[in-house]
Design a protein around this ligand. Structure first.
Ligand code: SAM
Length: 212
């Protein structure tokens, strides 16, 4: 969780947002109990945003970069049409078991395909046109993921990116992660190929639409 918004207001925003289904609540609880760095999980506020955007946009192919235990992938799968698909990837073998076990218990889990391995390779291997993507992995990789996904995204397609405020470190970026994210934010603001808005939800979510 980010400290950008006062904790009591963040909690208020969460409580004023529709609750996630029970299976996602259970997944969040198990992630906190069983995994290191459970704060990486997107959670109720951002998960509901992703689910709602997918429901509105009705994509056929969603690509997720950075699955972790599958919270955001399963949130997006809820809103997908029956013939819609999510390709999600991760490099950490420890997360795949809990993610797949949870997908198998969900009526939407069959829409999700896990590909283990570096995200850029997974994106480059995709032959179909992408409708919707969510980037939430190693921050220095974001610029490459963005370019690779944008090339494969249909006009009108959406790309979302998490942690675009880096807990405020984009204001005076010193380390490679915040430097990469700050540069990408500047690039997006002037990128004629897209329209975008940096939403101050949680730790900052870039919402990008490919012009068409
Ligand atoms: C912030 S977590 C993702 C959280 C997830 N979206 C959720 O809502 O629960 C970032 C994940 O990206 C993965 N990751 C890091 N570098 C990666 C890479 N090069 N390719 C694919 N996944 C990567 C990490 O192993 C980690 O599980």
């Amino acid at each position: 969780m980010s400290d950008l918004i006062a904790p009591d207001l963040e909690d208020y925003a969460r409580r004023s947002t529709h609750p996630e289904p029970e299976l996602l609540q259970e997944l969040a609880a198990r992630t906190h109990a069983e995994m290191g760095c459970p704060q990486m999980l997107t959670g109720r506020l951002e998960g509901r945003l992703l689910a709602l955007l997918v429901q509105i946009h009705q994509p056929r192919l969603v690509v997720e970069v950075g699955m972790f235990t599958g919270y955001s992938a399963l949130s997006m799968a809820e809103g997908l049409p029956e013939d819609g698909r999510i390709v999600t990837c991760d490099i950490d073998p420890k997360v795949a078991g809990l993610a797949q076990e949870t997908f198998d218990r969900s009526p939407h889990g069959h829409k999700i395909e896990i590909r283990m391995g570096p995200a850029l390779k997974t994106i480059q291997a995709l032959e179909e046109t992408i409708d919707f993507s969510f980037i939430d992995a190693d921050k220095v990789g974001y610029p490459d993921y963005y370019e690779a996904l944008l090339q494969r995204t249909r006009p009108g397609g959406l790309i979302l990116m998490d942690n675009m405020l880096m807990d405020g470190r984009v204001l005076d970026p010193q380390e490679p992660g915040p430097i990469a994210i700050d540069r990408l934010n500047q690039l997006l603001a002037g990128d004629d190929r897209v329209e975008n808005v940096l939403l101050t939800v949680r730790d900052g979510v870039q919402l990008v639409r490919k012009r068409g």
